[in-house]
Design a protein around this ligand. Structure first.
Ligand SMILES: O=c1[nH]c(=O)c2ncn([C@@H]3O[C@H](COP(=O)(O)OP(=O)(O)OP(=O)(O)O)[C@@H](O)[C@H]3O)c2[nH]1
Ligand SMILES: [Mg+2]
Length: 197
């Protein structure tokens, strides 16, 4: 079976990528599968693209193979786009999904339902030795709830209601999330990019 190395340590992302790539018979290998632990890559970029490139290029160079990386996050309009590129570490490091959710709900406490619009963003970068890095981007529009609901997914899924739905992303099944998510939409762009070559 063909394999793809994905430069991530996020178990939620890994589970979703495994589902996407299983449909084309590609096995996902992540940084958590390697025998030698890989140090955390500092995400010092100012944009999702810069951070995705940092992760993909560093690992591609380390192993001399093509690598896919995902930099993603939640953009909330009433918070001027925060947490944005800081989504994983919004309430500090190490990453704590529950604390991140609490911080967002606290900051939105006075904001009425009609002004709680938000979107998830996913930027995929593919880096390969001696090749220019390429990028694909996907969005998922929605709103932020007043309280957590649902057990599926990861990150901010329990407080995000996708447009056209009445349930949070964490109440959707993995298949449902993977049919509408920012990650799915970025992968669709990747497929289009590859087929047009
Ligand atoms: O509810 C969510 N559903 C999603 O589908 C989703 N995708 C991203 N996010 C948030 O954005 C951060 C990514 O930050 P990020 O791209 O730096 O990844 P990470 O640090 O978790 O892992 P790595 O890939 O860098 O190893 C994550 O931790 C989450 O807080 C999501 N939240
Ligand atoms: Mg990260």
């Amino acid at each position: 079976m063909k394999q793809i190395l994905i430069a991530t340590k996020n178990k939620g992302k890994i589970a979703e990528f495994k589902q996407f790539f299983a449909t084309v018979n590609v096995e996902v290998v992540s940084l958590l599968d390697l025998e030698e632990p890989v140090p955390d890559i500092e995400e010092t970029g100012q944009t999702f693209e810069e951070n995705a490139a940092l992760k993909a290029e560093e690992i591609a160079q380390m192993f001399n193979i093509a690598v896919l990386a995902d930099d993603s996050g939640l953009i909330i309009d009433a918070l001027d786009g925060r947490p944005g590129i800081f989504s994983a570490r919004y309430a500090g490091e190490p990453t704590d999904d529950k604390a991140n959710i609490r911080k967002v709900l606290d900051e939105l406490a006075e904001i009425p339902a009609a002004e709680r619009s938000a979107r998830f963003v996913c930027v995929l970068a593919i880096a390969a030795p001696n090749k220019a890095t390429v990028f694909y981007k996907g969005y998922c529009e929605g709103t932020i709830t007043n309280a957590e609901k649902g057990e599926n997914g990861f990150g901010y899924d329990p407080i995000f209601i996708p447009e056209g739905y009445t349930k949070t992303m964490a109440e959707l099944s993995p298949d449902e999330k993977n049919s509408i998510s920012h990650r799915k939409n970025a992968i669709s762009q990747l497929e289009k990019g590859i087929h047009s070559k």
